[in-house]
Ligand binder design. Structure first.
Ligand code: DOR
Length: 420
């Protein structure tokens, strides 16, 4: 199957793209070559051409919590959001701590979305995510897991953390750490600061996150191994990362669009829609994270897509679960950062595209001949309102509900197959 995409905008230049048998043949300046005789043509004038992105941190809830999300609805939200690969965390029920669960997840993904997006499971670091015994990482890798993490359950002991990092590295997998000191503020509801004081609820100070980032960096340096820090939320952790990187430690880090747009004032009124882990911090933290994107201290973006049902989020603030959905709106939120000159379009492609693919060794389209024909067209001129009608995830627990976003994914191809 051959087709030609014409007049798309690629980093400010109009281009034509020729695709054959699921691979890129050429990308040339628009009008440079005539389309081959009889070749179907898609006119992409006015639309931006982007490589399919990788989301390195999602929760798809299947098996076990299908009332929040399942693999079919999660992959649909990913496809609509411009993601060609999604790395899903192990906090399912049962936990993804053995090859049988990984294989069942992958079978389900192939059944519901045979052409993609690709599901890339992340192995539980410990059995049941309990932080006691290491999970069988070798069989999890062989079954298809692409990384290792104890997800939102911080590793309780440093020796176990060290062994997991060593075993994961031997297997060619990176350990992803949710950095939280679970003993510092048990029962926290939000960031510790002025707003938690105003509301009279228990806060979690950012120092716990930063301390664990420092621990991981020191351990990674001592062992000469890589480590990836999940969802960085505060300025202090950014400072620690900067220090680690300056020492040449193999540390990479992600943050999520919500930490770049929101702060803890969103919790006012006991707003459960703004409750997430790690919590939204202060406006100063948000600004520090924005700077860290531009200077490379933060390597990638991820959504931490965490669906929860409406009845769960409608509980009091201390009882409501943490988490936001994000797969179907992350690219539009990121485009907002480009519009506001926080990052540029090339940064956006790197943060969601080339960088996560490089860190986690996943396929990536660089629009070079032979690359997988994984790409989407983005309309920078479309304004849309975040609502039940415009989202594809089963749950809509996003704090951006009701907001108008600028720019939207319009069409998506994976392996040369048009998904919509
Ligand atoms: O807010 C969050 N929700 N953070 C996590 O680390 C886990 C996630 C979930 O699974 O709901």
């Amino acid at each position: 199957m051959t087709f030609c995409l014409k007049n798309a905008r690629h980093l400010d230049a109009p281009v034509d793209l020729l695709v054959r048998d699921g691979r890129i043949v050429t990308m040339t300046p628009a009008g440079h070559h005539a389309a081959p005789d009889g070749c179907p043509v898609v006119d992409a004038a006015g639309l931006l051409l982007m490589p399919s992105f990788t989301d390195a941190h999602v929760h798809l809830r299947e098996p076990g919590f299908e009332y929040k999300e399942d693999i079919a609805s999660g992959l649909e939200a990913a496809a609509r959001g411009g993601f060609g690969s999604v790395m899903c965390m192990a906090n399912t029920r049962p936990v993804n701590d053995n090859a049988g669960i990984t294989r069942a997840m992958l079978d389900r993904a192939r059944e519901t979305h045979p052409h993609g997006p690709r599901l890339c499971p992340i192995a539980a670091a410990t059995v049941g995510l309990k932080g006691e015994a290491m999970a069988p990482l070798g069989e999890l890798r062989d079954a298809g897991c692409v990384a290792v993490s104890n997800d939102g359950r911080p590793m309780p002991g440093t020796e176990l953390l060290r062994r997991v990092m060593e075993y994961a590295a031997d297997l060619g997998l990176i350990f992803i750490d949710h950095c939280e000191d679970a003993t510092l503020a048990p029962g926290w509801v939000m960031n510790e600061g002025v707003v938690s004081g105003e509301l009279g609820v228990k806060g979690q100070p950012p120092v716990g996150e930063a301390m664990q980032v420092a621990r991981d960096i020191m351990l990674a340096e001592y062992l000469n191994l890589p480590v990836h820090i999940a969802h960085v939320s505060c300025a202090l952790a950014v400072d620690v990362l900067r220090w680690g990187k300056a020492r040449g430690v193999q540390v990479t880090a992600e943050t999520c669009p919500h930490y770049l747009w929101l702060d803890d004032t969103a919790l006012r009124g006991y707003n459960t829609a703004a409750k997430v882990s790690p919590p939204l911090r202060t406006p100063a933290d948000r600004e520090a994270l924005r700077r860290a994107l531009g200077d490379g201290t933060i390597d990638i973006l991820s959504t931490d897509h965490a669906p929860h049902a409406q009845h769960e989020k409608e509980q009091p603030l201390d009882a409501a679960p943490c988490g936001f959905t994000g797969l179907d709106l992350a690219v539009s939120l990121t485009w907002g950062l480009v519009r506001d000159n926080v990052i540029n379009e090339a940064d956006m492609r790197r943060l969601w595209g080339a960088a996560p693919a490089r860190i986690f060794n996943l396929p990536c389209n660089n629009f070079e001949p032979g690359d997988p024909a994984d790409f989407f067209l983005f309309d920078p001129a479309e304004d849309w309102v975040v609502s039940r009608d415009t989202l594809y995830s089963k749950s809509i627990n996003t704090p951006f509900l009701g907001q108008t976003l600028h720019g939207r994914v319009k069409h998506h191809w994976i392996g040369g197959v048009q998904l919509f």
